[in-house]
Each structure stands twice: as structure tokens, then as C-alpha cells.
Write a protein that binds this ligand. Structure first.
Ligand SMILES: Nc1ncnc2c1ncn2[C@@H]1O[C@H](COP(=O)(O)OP(=O)(O)O)[C@@H](O)[C@H]1O
Ligand SMILES: [Mg+2]
Length: 299
């Protein structure tokens, strides 16, 4: 193969032909899912404890291109582990994952170009400005720094963040703003699937709404498929086209927010609220975990 000097090191993976997106519902027969997870299982053996923790237990979901898909669960239910499996940071103990038909184990490079994970604490050099951080990321991805800068200004501009805010140290920005820059950085590589692990956890209410609006705009302006984890019912209801409820590593219910609410009202005689849905399927309340969940993420 001939190497062309100025080309990015990694050639883009072939993308499926674009077709109109109808966001709600699983992919119909014949359509390649953006993300397919089948019987995914992950166990952790901790210390001398003989019994492993089954963090992700036989999880299967199929996500359509253009969906915002929510993984809703209490602290410790396996959300981050699932996200890490999909982003190839952890290896599967069982099952398989495909991103637009590419197997994450056999075609890891192709998959890495199509997905990007944004974790709660965005890994930034806090003394440097967003511009400097993004230039660094661009170099890492083999992109031209000037081009990357232009793209970032354009992405953030389109999403309502002015250029002059990008030149002061990251540590001086609000957490909400940092989260937006982190998401914009993830868009630099034109990922088709964004994995957002608790994107609004720990944010004040105003920044939270702001980041939620930003996520919707990203979906609409970038043809992105977004998988987000949350333990915030209102967030799941507002943002997600479909939701998987996860409890002790298992998916215990899945559907659109309305489907899930209708289901508990009809079959269980509960109030048609997402709170009632959660209680019905997990036997626990999400509120109990909100405080601990802040310390939860490790990266
Ligand atoms: N690296 C790890 N080593 C050992 N146990 C882990 C590790 N990561 C997660 N776990 C365990 O797996 C379970 C699910 O954790 P996690 O995926 O972080 O949940 P969530 O993101 O929903 O809070 C928890 O019991 C947690 O203690
Ligand atoms: Mg987590």
C-alpha cells in the first residue's frame, strides 16, 4: 500500500449509506444497528473474594442510528462497565458487540474511529485553555492542529459557545462548559457514536439543562447516535428516545419513556411516571443513590 504523507494516519472506516432517520424504536429488520450488544457479560474478581462480581450480566440491546439511547440505573448497577466494554477499554467475558457491523474485538481499529467516550471528569490539562487541549487531542488523532481549531470553533459556535471563551484555562471554566468542550472534542474525530457516561452528574441545575440542550443539538447537527448513562429520571425522560433500565448488571426493562410508563400503568396499576417504572422493575428508588454516585467514576 502507498502511504500518502499528508493524509491522516487512520483512514476513515467505510460508512453505511445515509438514509432518513426515524429515531424511535429498535432497528427494523435489514437495517444495520449503529450499536448492537448481544449477551454482553463482564465479571470482576476483587481481592481474595472467590465469587466474582457480575457487573454486566447478559445484556442485549440494539440501537438505531440517530437515537439518543439511555442506560438508566442506580449507582453500581453496571452502567460505566457497559460503556467501557463498548469503548473497548474493557474486554468482554462473554457475548459480542458490533458497531455498524464491525465486531469490536476483531475490528478494533475500525470501531475506535466510529465511537468516542466522554466520561464525567473530562481528561483535560486544566491549566491549559480548551484551544490548547484540543490542539493536543488533534495531534494525538493525527489531525492538522489548525484544521482542528477551525473545526472546534465551528462546532462550539454552532452550539452557542463563543470563541473568546476558549482561550482561558480549563480550570476557570464552569463544569458545564468543560463538559461541552469535552463533547466537542469527541466530535473532532467525527464519531458516529458518542458514549456519554453520566454527562450531567455533579452539575448545578442550570448547567445541567444547558448540557442537556447541547446534547440534543449535537444529535441534530452531527448525525450522531448517542448512548448516555444517567441516574436522573428527568434527564432520561427528556433526552432519551429509548431507555434501558439496568439493575445489578441486567436490563430489566426497555422502551420509549412513554411505552415504559404506559406499561407500568396498565400491567402494574402504578402511576404513569418514570419513577414508578423504576421502582416497579428494580425494587429500589434512584434517589437513594444520587449522593454516592458523584464519587463513582474513576477516570
Ligand atoms: N474495575 C473494577 N474492578 C472491580 N469491580 C468493579 C470494577 N468496575 C466496576 N466494578 C463493580 O461492578 C459493578 C458495576 O459498577 P459500575 O459499572 O461502575 O456501575 P455504575 O456505573 O452503574 O455506577 C459495581 O459493583 C462495581 O463495584
Ligand atoms: Mg458509573
Amino acid at each position: 500500500m502507498i502511504e500518502v504523507m499528508n493524509e491522516p494516519k487512520r483512514a476513515p472506516a467505510p460508512m453505511p449509506a445515509r438514509e432518513p432517520v426515524r429515531r424511535v424504536g429498535p432497528p427494523p429488520a435489514g437495517e444495520l444497528p449503529a450499536l448492537l450488544i448481544e449477551h454482553a457479560t463482564k465479571r470482576f474478581v476483587v481481592g481474595r473474594k472467590k465469587k466474582p462480581v457480575v457487573a454486566v450480566n447478559d445484556v442485549s440491546v440494539s440501537i438505531r442510528r440517530g437515537e439518543i439511547y439511555g442506560i438508566l440505573g442506580a449507582n453500581g448497577s453496571g452502567k460505566s462497565t457497559l460503556i467501557r466494554l463498548v469503548s473497548t477499554l474493557l474486554t468482554l467475558d462473554g457475548g459480542r458487540v458490533e458497531v455498524f457491523g464491525h465486531d469490536i474485538e476483531r475490528e478494533e481499529m475500525a470501531v475506535k474511529q466510529l465511537i468516542n467516550r466522554v466520561s464525567v471528569d473530562a481528561a483535560f490539562f486544566k491549566k491549559l485553555s480548551p484551544h490548547e487541549n484540543l490542539a493536543y487531542a488533534a495531534r494525538l488523532y493525527g489531525m492538522d492542529a489548525k484544521l482542528a481549531r477551525r473545526q472546534v470553533v465551528e462546532i462550539l459556535g454552532r452550539l452557542g459557545v463563543g470563541e473568546k471563551r476558549l482561550d482561558r484555562p480549563v480550570e476557570q471554566m464552569s463544569r458545564g462548559m468543560q463538559q461541552k468542550v469535552a463533547i466537542a472534542r469527541a466530535l473532532l474525530t467525527s464519531p458516529t457514536i458518542l458514549l456519554l457516561d453520566e454527562p450531567t452528574t455533579g452539575l448545578d441545575p442550570r448547567s445541567k439543562l444547558d448540557v442537556q440542550t447541547f446534547i440534543e443539538e449535537v444529535r441534530d447537527t452531527h448525525d450522531a447516535t448517542i448512548v448516555l448513562t444517567t441516574h436522573d429520571l428527568a434527564e432520561a425522560e427528556r433526552l432519551c428516545d429509548r431507555i434501558a433500565l439496568i439493575n445489578d448488571g441486567r436490563v430489566v426493562a426497555e422502551g420509549t419513556p412513554d411505552e415504559l410508563k404506559t406499561l407500568v400503568a396498565r400491567d402494574y396499576g402504578k402511576e404513569p411516571t418514570l419513577d414508578a417504572v423504576f421502582m416497579t422493575f428494580t425494587g429500589r428508588s434512584l434517589d437513594d443513590d444520587v449522593d454516592e454516585a458523584k464519587e463513582d467514576d474513576d477516570e
